[in-house]
Design a protein around this ligand. Structure first.
Ligand code: UD1
Length: 372
């Protein structure tokens, strides 16, 4: 069997890494030779958004890089579809594996199905119910046409059932992002990240917060940035906020002048995007994390670090029900109320979601091999 894996943007890399590795292990253990082809669409291309993750996670060099790069949604999606179609015609895979919810995920799933090539979607069934989110459109379309839908939790499986997806296509396998986290955590904790960022005093870690922002609804909108900045400037008076800035966010911070506002408030530290290991180390040791990312809501759940999600909805409610995540929106009053609870050690009762145990990729490979 020939399996073609697709990656495109930063959060895809930590999802595909354990699946490729689990296939290699399967081949060794069963003396089989399922072939794997890795295609990078090039949606993300900066060294710190792409190659660094390949290096740190031991992902093999892509067999094919489409080098599509940035553009409007239609440009990016259309160009990926054009280029990926030729790859499919040339490679003739038996199955295409797509992960997550980025434009590359949807574009490659549609191409495959139009050529009657089966698609497996890893991280299926997540729903924010917010159709203004580009990812929600990508999730709905990809799930509607996929042949195997691997879910991270039972709520996601239920979403798919409610949309009429046949039961036999839905496979609850757990969370491959957490496979990667558990595999690399010890190595991450040994990185000199906190020394490099001067977050230790006399060898002891100082309290600090980590901030990430990249959702268009937050960073493309000046009034939302203004509201968020009120809360951030307040928190910054108590503890440093380490802010690895996504390229999209940097463009907008500069455009709306918040780059200067944050730089002048000397406790909000704008830094370049970090690699996987440094970022994991940084979050694992943080007093709290403020984010609008999906994956970080999951990672903080496993790390047990309080997470304030700066959005009005989440496609990952399991992280609120089981984990450390609090959905606080973008109003400074609500953000600061939740922040005060964390400072006062008002903790949430937490438990690990089922199958977030480091073996999701193995379950995926077993399912794929049985499916064929
Ligand atoms: C994309 C995904 C989003 C995911 C995020 C993770 C879609 C619709 N969005 O958003 O779901 O959470 O990745 O980071 O697929 N840029 C660079 N260098 C890069 C990549 C991007 O400078 O390597 C800049 C460009 O100005 C680009 C902008 O960032 O226009 C946005 O990149 P894009 O891939 O379109 O969307 P993201 O915001 O990164």
């Amino acid at each position: 069997m020939k399996i073609l894996h697709v990656v495109g943007a930063r959060p895809n890399f930590m999802k595909i890494a354990p699946i490729i590795s689990a296939f290699n292990t399967y081949n060794q253990q069963h003396r089989s030779n399922h072939a794997q082809v890795l295609v990078h669409t090039g949606q993300h291309y900066d060294h710190k958004m792409s190659q660094l993750f390949f290096d740190q996670l031991g992902i093999p060099k892509p067999d094919i890089n489409l080098e599509i790069g940035s553009g409007s949604h239609a440009q990016q999606t259309g160009q990926i579809m054009l280029a990926f179609e030729s790859v499919l015609v040339q490679q003739q895979p038996d199955l295409v594996v797509v992960v997550g919810d980025v434009n590359s995920t949807m574009a490659c799933a549609i191409d495959s199905k139009k050529l009657n090539i089966p698609v497996a979607h890893v991280e299926a069934g997540l729903r924010s119910r917010d159709m203004s989110m580009p990812e929600e459109i990508n999730r709905l379309l990809t799930d509607a046409i996929s042949d195997i839908l691997f879910t991270t939790d039972k709520g996601a499986s239920l979403n798919l059932r409610n949309e009429g997806i046949a039961e036999k296509k839905i496979k609850f396998v757990g969370n491959v992002m957490i496979d990667t986290l558990l595999l690399h955590k010890n190595r991450a904790l040994q990185q000199p990240t906190l020394d490099d960022l001067e977050l230790k005093r006399a060898g002891v870690v100082m309290p600090y917060a980590v901030l990430t922002l990249h959702r268009p609804s937050n960073v493309d909108d000046e009034s939302t940035l203004a509201e968020l900045s009120r809360a951030l400037l307040h928190i910054g008076k108590d503890m440093p906020i380490i802010f690895p800035v996504h390229p999209r966010t940097m463009l907008n911070l500069k455009k709306f002048n918040y780059h200067t506002v944050f730089t002048m408030a000397n406790n909000i530290r704008l830094i370049e995007p970090l690699g996987y290991l440094d970022f994991l180390n940084l979050t694992a040791n943080a007093k709290l994390v403020l984010t609008d990312s999906g994956g970080i809501q999951e990672e903080t759940t496993i790390l047990g670090v309080p997470c304030l999600t700066l959005r009005n909805n989440t496609e990952r409610p399991v992280t609120v029900e089981h984990g450390t995540n609090r959905l606080v929106g973008t109003q400074s009053k609500a953000i600061l109320a939740a922040y005060t609870q964390i400072l006062n050690a008002v903790t949430k009762k937490c438990s690990t979601p089922e199958y977030w145990d480091g073996s999701a990729a193995k379950r995926i490979v077993d399912e794929i091999v049985n499916w064929c």
